[in-house]
Ligand binder design. Sequence first.
Ligand SMILES: [Zn+2]
Length: 134
Amino acid sequence: MNTRSGGQPSAVPEAILNSGEVVLPPRISRVNGCSLPLHCFQVVTWAVFVGLSSATFGIFIPLLPHTWKYITYVVTGGIFSFHLVIHLIASCIDPADSNVKLTKDYSQPVPIFDRAKHAHVIQKQFCHLCNVTV
Ligand SMILES: [Zn+2]
């Protein structure tokens, strides 16, 4: 069983870094990839997309020979547009199970999980945090 410095049983989901530092999740659940507070990966993915788009369309393609330039604009533009649409869809959907979506109130803090009562959050297709069958 995980224990904190005070010897109390650990009651909330957590991750332990290599340095031994305990990282707690935000108290309010994220609904989708647009929910605040943003995770650093959310910022990095958009920054990489904007950076690669700028470099590709602003620097690399204009340096190509005239005949290749327009073909590359069309092919690369299609690929980047497809990626943008998929990225927006993936960021805006709520990945929660349909039973959780029906019952969960996202404005409430994340429920506390008691490791003394249950070994895992989800056992036999029942979520002990949401109290629903998933
Ligand atoms: Zn749940």
